[in-house]
Design a protein around this ligand. Sequence first.
Ligand code: NAD
Ligand code: WQD
Length: 336
Amino acid sequence: MDILVTGGAGYIGSHTVLALLESGHRVRVLDNYSNSSPESLRRVQQLTGKSVDVREGDVRDLQVLRDAMTGVQGIIHFAALKAVGESVELPLQYYRNNLDSTLSVLELLDPMGVDRFVFSSSATVYGDPEVVPVTEESPLSATNPYGRTKLFSEEIIRDVSRNSRAKSTILRYFNPVGAHQSGAIGEDPSGTPNNLMPYVAQVAIGRRPHLNVFGSDYPTVDGTGVRDYIHVMDLAEAHVAALVAAQDENCTVYNLGTGSGYSVLQLVEAYARAAGRPIPYEIKGRRAGDVAAVWADPTLAADRLNWRAHRTIENMCIDSWNWQSKNPNGFKVSDR
Ligand code: NAD
Ligand code: WQD
């Protein structure tokens, strides 16, 4: 198939582009590089020996989007702003970017004859769940503007899909981590990482002195927060499976996680083993808005998409470390 990937230069997008190319699909990318650089896709093309039609532009620009959608059968829509804390500071920027971009893609699906639409949602839509693991039927809520852009987008997609020829799939990612096993592409956060694994990786490489562990008094195995970390290549492969399956169903929602939770300290231990060096940390107070424990029930994706996450927490840490140690400053040219 010919697939348009919005936000394809970003972390999950670049790994998904690689998986799509390796599955024989032809890929076009539309990205405005607001949180990425052209280097990720240059490396994807080098790794696969296949070319990608890369276009710089904003998904909200209807003319640019129409051109990018011409002749494609499917769209995977990653393009969004994703920093929870920033979304509290700049809510309008988040609503404008994340909602307008989704509306623009939805508006053009039928006119441009696109059959399949895959949307990046997040486990953040489960808020603070009373029961874990969460299934796709668990109650939904959001505690910040970023989370609300995902909740609202899901509702909009449900409404639009009722009267659209295009088949939509909503994928709720748990905590994507790790990197392609080549170490040539990976997560390259700008500024101080908000998320745990990239922060740990920067401590391991010596860019930061220690990790701050946010809270040690949660009702969990060791008092630290528990999450369902999923290898970004497992996640990438789920998108290929979802695109293929999309012809049979409309507006299905899938949890994409492993079904297992790890605490902050368990992840730190696994990373220290992978990197062969200690990860210094200091216990701090809880981070506002954090929940104690969330992990997925991924049964539906296994049953209907025939997809399962199979990479372990060790694989996630080894591949993250391989990327981080080969690219201590991410994609910045001075690294190479
Ligand atoms: P990312 O920031 O690395 O990638 C997003 C890409 O979209 C970037 O390349 C950015 O430049 C681009 N972009 C943003 N707005 C755009 C616009 N208006 N027009 C064109 N390009 C635009 O983020 P990611 O981690 O790869 O996340 C991808 C998607 O998955 C996002 O929708 C995010 O909300 C969702 N998600 C991410 C996580 C996570 O922890 N990484 C978890 C759940 C869901
Ligand atoms: C994981 C655990 C922290 C950093 C966020 C978004 C969510 C989704 C994924 C996009 C928690 C602890 C973290 C640090 C720490 N993104 N931690 N020190 O909070 O589960 O989810 O990213 O959709 O919307 O909210 O992931 O990696 O930030 O935190 O102790 O420096 O690590 O308290 O227990 P989270 P995370």
